[in-house]
Design a protein around this ligand. Structure first.
Ligand code: ZN
Ligand code: ZN
Length: 258
């Protein structure tokens, strides 16, 4: 069986492929050694393994921690030291960890609110029959927290809170599918409830409305306002009528996997 060539490495002939195989086995050798041994190594550009030191930031500290820290590294791991290849100025980096300051928190909040206002003005609904829109002419809204209220003929009310990053209508289509296809019966707590009602052949109606608006997850920010808003809505909902599980509050953000 032929080994799959590394897509990052342009391979010219069979010999080169063999060399790649060799290199994988001697991964922990030092890059400089490899370059001298093998001319193909230049193309590999293996990432340096960097150890980060993240002391928390404190404005009261006046001493130059970075300089002192790196001089300690040099002092205790000199060139002749057997660990100097692991611990040296090239492999150890220093960075302050600090939370965003008030100004950046406020400005990002304002920015997201102003941006979502512009977005909502441009697209609202694309239903052919506006009177049949699931969300009263707002089905194209993105990054919303929605609430589904299920009412049965004997006045039992249940609520389900969810969030949708793409336009609500896409999420709505998925929900509708889960109500109709038995294979998707357990996809949400709402669909489970709807199927329970169907099994009891109860008459029910579902009303959808927007509970809150948020902003989409932006890569690199590390926080998801949409999930946070959804969890807040679940927390604020009445536990007697809510279909959401309390454990949903601990769920990991799904939007970060982009
Ligand atoms: Zn619509
Ligand atoms: Zn999220």
């Amino acid at each position: 069986m032929e080994t799959k060539p590394n897509p990052k490495t342009p391979l010219k002939n069979v010999d080169d492929k063999k060399k790649v195989g060799e290199k994988k086995s001697e991964e922990d050798r030092i890059v400089s050694d490899k370059i001298s041994e093998n001319p193909m190594s230049r193309h590999l550009n293996r990432k340096r393994k960097i150890i980060w030191f993240n002391p928390p930031y404190n404005s009261a500290v006046k001493s130059n921690i970075g300089k002192r820290f790196l001089s300690l590294v040099e002092k205790h791991f000199p060139k002749r030291h057997r660990f100097s290849k692991i611990f040296n100025r090239n492999t150890i980096k220093l960075s302050y960890s600090c939370s965003a300051n008030m100004k950046s928190v406020i400005s990002s909040h304002n920015k997201s609110i102003l941006k979502s206002n512009n977005d909502t003005a441009s697209k609202m609904c694309n239903c052919r029959d506006k009177s049949n829109c699931p969300l009263n002419g707002q089905c194209q809204q993105e990054a919303v927290i929605y609430k589904a209220t299920v009412k049965t003929s004997d006045d039992a009310v249940k609520e389900y809170i969810g969030c949708s990053e793409p336009p609500f209508k896409q999420r709505f289509a998925n929900h509708t599918q889960s109500f109709n296809k038995a294979a998707h019966k357990n996809s949400t707590r709402l669909s489970q409830y709807v199927w329970d009602l169907k099994d009891q052949s109860a008459i029910f109606s579902i009303k959808w409305d927007i509970q809150a608006r948020s902003s989409k997850y932006k890569c690199g920010t590390g926080k998801c306002d949409l999930c946070l808003a959804e969890k807040l809505s679940i927390l604020k909902s009445n536990p007697d009528v809510s279909l959401n599980k309390r454990s949903e509050i601990a769920n990991k953000c799904r939007h970060k996997n982009k």
